[in-house]
Design a binder for this molecule. Structure first.
Ligand code: ATP
Length: 306
């Protein structure tokens, strides 16, 4: 029996390793929301990013042919600028970011980066050039170190610490009993939404991509966390072409341009100031959101004084 126990233990070990590997791959597909239907075209070349200007030309898209989601969307994110997409829930904001990554192919029109159609370049080079801070970051069942290093595997420990500092998560990690060696994910320490998002920001800082997509969290974070995250995001997006998918409006004020999406079309565009002056859809959304925030604040103060 003793003779059997060693190989059995070994098989157990291999089994656990494979399980872990599979979980990580599943997480990765979740993380990327990958549609594996999209293939590189024969002879696809690597994307060459000179400046990182993004352009959507008359893009039509539907997940299901019976229900068009985007009905002719055209806009540009000039190199190094920040454009925010806002609009009602279900308007197709996150869809735009999935299309830029080419998780799906569009039905007509084109999406280009520095003039190269995303369908003509390799997916690997395309995804390598774009950093994504998603709404809900999936963490691997591994250490915080590993989770940040995922942004760039050859990063040194120093670089990882620096990225965590910039992402405003450094002090939090240092205060954990095992610091950067703490295990996180499903089987480790459960981090809050805001903490996970800062880990994702640290990853992105390490990756240092020329193009950035920030998919803002739908759920409200407390004001302090939100300010910390905002500061970290401002830092990563500086000098990078950035597309902000804004589910709330607090992050869009400083964007170079705001695009209001409604019923699959661009309803309005301009700066925060322009759009408030126009007294249209954006101004309405802004008023409603401000009222909601003020009501929440009053409720919080009432609870605190009870
Ligand atoms: P929110 O602010 O609520 O996150 P959004 O503007 O980002 O909304 P999208 O996630 O882009 O909206 O979704 C746009 C529409 O496409 C929605 O009606 C949604 O139900 C639909 N949709 C999204 N993903 C898929 C999918 N994988 N298959 C089919 N329909 C989808």
């Amino acid at each position: 029996l003793m003779q059997l126990s060693v190989p059995l233990n070994f098989i157990g070990f291999i089994y656990r390793e494979i399980r872990q590997g599979l979980t990580d791959i599943e997480n990765m597909f979740d993380l990327l929301d990958v549609d594996q239907e999209v293939k590189d075209k024969p002879g696809a070349t690597a994307l060459q990013v000179a400046e990182g200007a993004i352009r959507f030309h008359d893009v039509h898209f539907s997940y299901d042919p019976a229900r068009p989601i985007l009905k002719g969307i055209s806009f540009e994110v000039p190199a190094g600028k920040t454009v925010a997409i806002v609009g009602p829930s279900g308007a197709g904001k996150s869809t735009l970011s999935r299309l830029l990554f080419r998780f799906y192919d569009i039905q007509s029109g084109a999406i280009t980066i520095d003039g190269q159609d995303v369908r003509d370049v390799t997916q690997k080079s395309l995804r390598g050039a774009i950093g994504m801070v998603p709404q809900d970051t999936v963490l691997f069942n591994d250490t915080i170190f590993y989770n940040i290093r995922y942004g760039r595997f050859d990063a040194s420990e120093d670089e990882i610490r620096k990225a965590a500092e910039l992402a405003q998560i450094g002090p939090f990690i240092e205060a954990l009993p095992e610091g950067y060696r703490s295990m996180v994910g499903e089987r480790g320490l459960k981090l809050s939404g805001g903490e996970k998002q800062r880990v994702a920001i640290a990853r992105t800082i390490l990756k240092a991509p020329p193009i950035l997509i920030l998919d803002e969290a739908t759920s409200a974070l407390d004001t302090h966390t939100e300010q910390e995250i905002q500061a970290a995001l401002d830092l990563v997006s500086r000098g990078r072409t950035t597309l902000v998918i804004a589910h709330r409006l607090s992050t869009v004020i400083s964007a170079d341009e705001i695009i209001v999406l409604k019923d699959g079309r661009i309803a309005e565009k301009g700066t925060h100031r322009d759009l408030l002056d126009a007294k249209g859809l954006y101004a309405d959304m802004w008023d409603r959101q401000r009222e909601a925030t003020e009501a929440e604040e009053r409720l919080r103060i009432a609870r605190e004084t009870d």
